[in-house]
Structures are given as structure tokens and as C-alpha cells.
Design a protein around this ligand. Structure first.
Ligand code: COA
Length: 697
């Protein structure tokens, strides 16, 4: 068979253009050229109709994202769509898989569209920082109206075939092979004497208040530009003739293409796929996992059990008493009830997952046959050690023994067993059935197939899994501790928690660090500070105690109605708690600090410098293998704004020399806290970026 990107075939009087560009038939140069050539050839061959479809798993899944950022090469995608639409032949697109972005734009440039029932369509460009650039913002509103187009384009969501039919994006749904249903449809159209039908020739849609829609989109996306700018494209469809609208769309598209946000979002797209692909795991088969054991049925244990049940695993949950076990079942049911209400799971599967799918036990013997155990007991080394000694005695050979510790030394835990090669850390984030991040913590002796099993389990549970080495806090919590401390220092020196939250929310975080503290419970940080002080802090480190005062007064955040903010009963609306300023003022006075002004920019730069510097240490020490592993950790576990790509992508985009200068400047005030990461110094000296390290694999 031909290896051309578009395979041409004349089937009686129907020319077939079959896309052959695995894995997703992305619309790279060869595909675009093949389409233009194919249409011309069909016309020259005297065909009456043209059928476009995709070989393999999907219709075109979009433009080739790997070409972004490089100089565009002709034929450009908008011209390809225009050429298809302008053909005097009847052009039919037959859709299966995911007709996304440029793929849907090709279909909209066609005269008729048929899809299989499982086909999905969408214009997800805004999710990678751009917007439809091949007529999507001009043709879709003509077909489905402005309001609906705004919704579809600004969310980038995938639309199922049935809805697409209802909207008028598809003309027909037919079960079968895309080639066969497409051919039959084209034949029917020819026989019926149907004429070509160009969406561009349909009347322009009715305008709305586009300025208001633009502002609303910008607010909703927390500063991400692409959805709002895409709305300006839709506006052009209403206000300009089609050809002019296409030009305007192209200009807006190119504007977005030039932004850092586009680079950040595309970095996120490729990194979330690369993060689970570790060179060291190539060819290593994971162990079979059909059943898992969970020890501890608190919020974390029940969350892990819920995630496992949702993935179809059999779960045995061990608690201290029958009552505690039943309470854990209640938590699992509570976790699942939302999914049941929203129709995500059926009543039957709910009953199964809270009934026979979930075995409860009070003895470890119940774990004798499970393939993998995760403990989620109290975070204290002596308790963890005791659990692993018991597991070693009971679990079958080859079972994976996992700890969900968030900072304890996994090597030390593994040493309690006669099989440290089977021990691993699987660090979930609460609530575990919701949060996407899983840190797979690899200890000194963990076997490669156990690491592979951790990743395979993560995939099964729908998580983004990141490999982490052993250290206090692994990747995420170790970095968090440092940038939170930087924020506390800024408060001692003159900033307010509210100002810091505002600055970081303007940067794109959903919540600033102090609002997050209130949500998580201030008692958690209090316990950590007490532990660190008890262990003996380095005398050069600045201790911060204003938060302790809140806790000493019983103010733990949202759960007590008061923390940094005051919360009305049953509401998450926050107003600053005036007592906070008093505690801070008292501590400054005690320490002889004269407060100074911080601008929002000062705040973001310091906070980010602390984050990037610690992240560089984490990579430099090999705790994270690649910068992208840190980026994905912060994105999926810590609410880092996706459109900045992650802290290290953000650092690259800012320029590393300026960032290092900042850190050296801050070090003049506090050279203990602000010790530049050796890796950062090295990259600056060599004129390289973090992304260069990602590429090096
Ligand atoms: N351009 C280039 N490469 C693409 C691509 C695109 N538009 N879409 C997917 N790929 C690559 C992926 O990077 C991955 O490569 P890898 O195997 O080297 O990691 C491979 O195709 C398979 O994609 P993956 O996402 O792992 O498969 P999936 O079956 O889970 O999902 C899609 C398929 C098409 C739904 C998903 O890849 C997707 O959403 N792609 C982006 C679509 C898009 O935004 N199009 C508009 C572009 S303007």
C-alpha cells in the first residue's frame, strides 16, 4: 500500500481521499498538500463527488501541533479548507474517532458531513493557547449560531455525534466503517442530484454584545487569553464579509501563536503525555493488578479506595474496628454519590462499589491475596514501620507494598520488610478520587517492574503519574514548603496575606496560598511547624509564628469559619479577618522589623523565584528526573496555572539570567534562604534552558 499521507483512489465516479498519517492523522504539510492535490485530481478525473475520511483510529485530530512555532509552510490550512469548499464537486467528509480543530474545519469546508455514532467533534484550539484558524470561527457560527459557537469554541469541549447532529454540524449518523458509510452517502447524494452546499455562503449570524462576552471569557479563564480572543473571531463572522472574516481570524490566530501562553499550554500538552514515559521503564512489564488492599479508611484511604473502585478494581479496606470500617464505607458512598447524581455512574455500579466490590476487614489477614496494598494510616514513622512489618508477614510473594506517605523516608519503611524491592511510595493528593496527581516515589531498592506497576496503576486510575525520588516532601511538598515560606517572609517584611493572595490569583492561581491554607486547615501547617521546631531548626532560618496565633485561638480556616479570612456559615465567600493584621504587627514589633511596601509584581517575582529555585534543586539532585516532571507536579497537584506551563517552563520564558539575578539580590537580605540552585547557575553559565534538559530526555 502507498505510504502517501493522502491516498487517492477513484471509485466509479467518487474520488476517495484517505488520510494516512498515524497516529492521529494530524494535518501536517504532507496531508495538507495531499488534500489540495487530491481535490484537483478528482476534478481532472471527472469525478462527481469526493469522499474524505481517515484511515486508522480517527478522522484528522487537528493541525500538527509539532509544526507550531516554526515558520508556516504552504498550503496553509485555511486555504486547504477554502479549496475543498470551492470545488464544484460534492465533497463529503465521513467522521470517526475525534474530528478536532483543523479536522473539524476540514469537515466544515466539506459540503456534507456524516459520522459514526462514536465520532466526536470539537474545536479545542483554545486549550493549547490558540484559536480555530482555518475558518472554524467563521463557518461554525453560520451553522449553529453565535451563542452556541462561543460555548463550543471557548470550552474546547468534545461533542458527541448525537449532539453534533442535533446542532447541525453533522448531517447524518450511520453505524459502520467510515469509508463505506461515506461512499454510500456520496452515492445517494449523486443519485438524488444534490448540489454542493458551502457553509461560507450561508447568511452571517446575528451579532451579540461581544465586548461583554470577551470580558466574561477573560474572567472565567483567569487571564488565559485564547478563549476571549477566539470570541473576537466569531465577532468578525457577524460583522465582516466571509473572506474578510477569514483574514481577521488569521490575524487573531497569529497573535495568539506569538504568546508565551501558547508556549506554556503546548508544553503542558506534550509534557502530560511525556511524564509517564520514562526511558528507564522501556520494555519493563508491570505486574498484574486486579485487586488492591487499602489500609486506613479516613479521607485519604477512602478516596484511594473510591478511585480504585471507579477503575474497576476489587478493593479490600482494612480498618481498626467494625465501626471504623463501616464509617469508611460511608465515606466511599459519599464520594460516589456525586458521580451517581450527575449520572456518571449507574445505580447498579454504585451499589456494587459500596457493596460487594468493597470488602471490609479489621485484620491484615484479609490482604493475603491482594496484588497491591496501599497504606494510608497516620503519618508517623513508627506506625508506618509497624504496618510494613505486618504486611511483609502476610502478603503473597510478588505483591506490591505501597505507602501513601507525603514526606517520610520510603527507604526506611522498605527496610522493615524482607522484600524492599517490592516497596514503593504512591503519594495521592486529597481528595484522591478527584485530584489528578500521583507521585510514584521510587526508593533505593524498588524493582523496575514495581515502578512500572505504579505507573500502570496511575494510568488505570486516570492519574497523571510523576516519578519522584526520596526526600522530605518528594517533589511537590518539598517545593511547596519553600515557596510558602517565601510568602511568610514577605508578610513579616511588610506584605499582607490578602495582598499576596490577590497577586497570585491575578497571576492565574485559582486560590492564593493563604486562602488554600484556610481550605486545607491551618492545623496541618501548625503541626508541621511544631515538628520542625522540635527537631531543631537551623538557627539561620527565619521562624514565622503569626499563623500559630490563629491556631492557638482555634481558628483553623474554613472548617472553623475563621482563619486568614472569615467565612459566613455554609459559604465560601471570604472577607479578610482583621485579627490577622494584629498578629502580624505584634510579630514584626517583637522582631524589630519595619514593614515595607510590596507591589503585586514584587510578590509574584519572589514567590516564583523561590518555587523555581527549589524546583531546580529537586531536578539537580535527581529527585525529579526532568524539569517537565516538576512542571506536571505543580500543574496537577498544586493548582499552578496551566497557561504558564509549569514553574520551570515559566522560568525559561522569563529568561533564566534575570531570575538568577533576582535570587542573588534577595540573598543580600537572607543568604540562608536564598541559596541559588547549582543547576540554575549552571544553566545560566552555559546559556541553556530547562527545556533543553527535557529534550535531552
Ligand atoms: N499534532 C501532533 N501530534 C499530536 C496531535 C496533534 N494535533 N494530537 C495528538 N498528537 C500525538 C500525541 O502527542 C501522541 O504522541 P506520542 O504517542 O508521541 O506521545 C499521539 O499523537 C497520540 O495522542 P494521545 O493524546 O496520546 O492519544 P489519545 O488517543 O489519548 O487522544 C486526541 C487523541 C486526538 C484526542 C488527543 O491527542 C488530542 O486531544 N489531541 C489534540 C487535538 C487538538 O488540540 N487539535 C487541535 C490542534 S489546532
Amino acid at each position: 500500500m502507498s505510504d502517501a499521507a493522502i491516498i487517492y483512489e477513484l471509485h466509479d465516479d467518487i474520488a476517495i481521499l484517505a488520510a494516512n498519517n498515524p497516529p492521529v492523522n494530524a494535518l501536517g504539510l504532507a496531508v495538507r498538500q495531499g488534500l489540495v492535490d487530491g481535490i484537483a485530481r478528482a476534478e481532472a478525473d471527472g469525478a462527481k463527488a469526493v469522499l474524505i475520511y481517515g484511515m486508522g483510529t480517527t478522522f484528522f485530530a487537528g493541525a500538527d501541533i509539532r509544526e507550531f512555532g516554526k515558520p508556516p509552510t504552504e498550503p496553509f490550512l485555511p486555504d486547504v479548507c477554502t479549496r475543498i469548499e470551492a470545488s464544484p464537486l460534492i465533497v463529503v467528509s465521513a467522521l470517526h474517532g475525534t474530528a478536532l480543530g483543523g479536522g473539524l474545519e476540514i469537515a466544515l469546508g466539506s459540503h456534507y458531513r456524516i459520522g459514526v455514532p462514536s465520532a466526536r467533534v470539537g474545536l479545542p484550539e483554545v486549550l493549547i493557547g490558540v484559536m480555530p484558524g482555518a475558518g472554524g470561527t467563521q463557518r461554525l457560527p453560520r451553522l449553529i449560531g453565535v451563542e452556541k459557537s462561543i460555548e463550543v469554541i471557548t470550552t474546547g469541549r468534545q461533542i458527541g455525534a448525537a449532539e453534533a447532529l442535533e446542532l447541525g454540524v453533522l448531517d447524518r449518523i450511520e453505524d459502520g466503517d467510515p469509508r463505506e458509510i461515506g461512499l454510500a452517502y456520496a452515492r445517494e447524494l449523486i443519485d438524488a442530484g444534490a448540489s454542493r452546499r458551502a457553509v461560507s455562503e450561508m447568511p452571517a449570524p446575528e451579532a451579540i454584545d461581544f465586548d461583554a462576552a470577551y470580558e466574561a471569557a477573560l474572567k472565567k479563564s483567569r487571564g488565559q487569553l485564547s478563549p476571549a480572543v477566539a470570541i473576537r473571531g466569531i465577532q468578525a463572522a457577524c460583522e465582516l464579509p466571509f473572506a474578510e472574516g477569514m483574514k481577521r481570524e488569521r490575524e487573531l490566530f497569529m497573535e495568539l501563536m506569538a504568546t508565551d501562553q501558547r508556549q506554556g499550554l503546548i508544553h503542558a500538552f506534550f509534557s502530560e503525555r511525556a511524564v509517564g514515559k520514562l526511558p528507564e521503564l522501556k520494555g519493563v512489564a508491570p505486574r498484574e493488578v486486579a485487586s488492591i488492599g487499602v489500609i486506613g479508611g479516613g479521607t485519604m484511604g477512602a478516596g484511594i479506595a473510591t478511585a480504585a473502585l471507579l477503575a474497576g478494581l476489587r478493593v479490600t479496606l482494612v480498618e481498626m474496628s467494625d465501626d471504623a470500617a463501616e464509617a469508611a464505607r460511608g465515606r466511599v458512598a459519599g464520594n460516589l454519590s456525586g458521580a451517581l447524581k450527575r449520572g456518571k455512574i449507574s445505580q447498579d455500579s454504585f451499589d456494587h462499589m459500596t457493596g460487594s466490590g468493597l470488602s471490609l476487614a479489621t485484620e491484615y489477614d484479609a490482604l493475603a491475596d491482594v496484588d497491591l496494598v496501599i497504606e494510608a494510616v497516620f503519618e508517623e514513622m513508627s506506625i508506618k514501620k509497624d504496618v510494613f512489618t505486618k504486611l511483609d508477614a502476610i502478603c503473597k510473594p510478588g505483591a506490591v507494598l505501597a505507602t501513601n506517605t507525603s514526606y517520610l523516608n520510603v527507604d526506611e519503611i522498605a527496610a522493615m520488610t524482607s522484600r524492599p524491592q517490592d516497596v514503593i511510595g504512591l503519594h495521592f493528593f486529597s481528595p484522591a478520587h478527584v485530584m489528578k496527581l500521583l507521585e510514584v516515589v521510587v526508593a533505593d531498592k524498588t524493582a523496575p517492574d514495581v515502578v512500572a506497576t505504579g505507573f500502570a496503576l496511575g494510568k488505570k486510575l486516570g492519574k497523571i503519574s510523576v516519578r519522584a525520588g526520596v526526600c522530605d516532601g518528594f517533589i511537590g511538598n518539598r517545593i511547596l514548603a519553600v515557596y510558602r515560606t517565601a510568602a511568610d517572609h514577605m508578610i513579616l517584611d511588610g506584605a499582607s496575606p490578602f495582598q499576596i493572595d490577590d497577586a497570585l490569583e491575578a497571576f492565574g492561581f485559582a486560590m492564593g496560598p493563604y486562602a488554600v491554607g484556610d481550605l486545607a486547615g491551618l492545623d496541618i501547617g501548625w503541626a508541621v511547624r511544631k515538628r520542625r521546631r522540635a527537631e531543631g531548626m537551623d538557627l539561620r532560618a527565619r521562624d514565622v509564628s503569626f499563623a500559630d496565633k490563629l491556631c492557638e485561638n482555634g481558628h483553623f480556616g474554613q472548617k472553623t469559619g475563621k482563619g486568614y479570612y472569615i467565612y459566613e456559615k455554609g459559604s465560601r465567600t471570604r472577607t479578610p479577618n482583621p485579627e490577622v493584621a494584629d498578629h502580624i504587627a505584634a510579630e514584626r514589633a517583637e522582631k524589630g522589623i519595619t514593614p515595607r511596601e510590596f507591589t503585586a509584581e514584587d510578590i509574584v517575582r519572589r514567590y516564583m523565584a523561590a518555587m523555581v529555585n527549589e524546583a531546580a534543586k529537586v531536578v539537580g539532585e535527581g529527585i525529579a528526573r526532568r524539569p517537565l516532571d516538576v512542571d506536571m507536579t505543580l500543574l496537577f497537584g498544586y493548582g499552578f496555572p496551566r497557561y504558564h506551563g509549569g514553574p520551570l517552563k515559566w522560568a525559561d520564558l522569563q529568561g533564566l539570567p534575570a531570575l538568577l539575578d533576582d535570587i542573588r539580590g534577595y540573598a543580600k537580605e537572607d543568604d540562608y534562604f536564598w541559596q541559588p540552585a547549582p543547576l540554575l547557575e549552571q544553566l545560566v553559565a552555559e546559556g541553556r534552558s530547562f527545556d533543553d534538559l527535557n529534550k535531552a530526555g
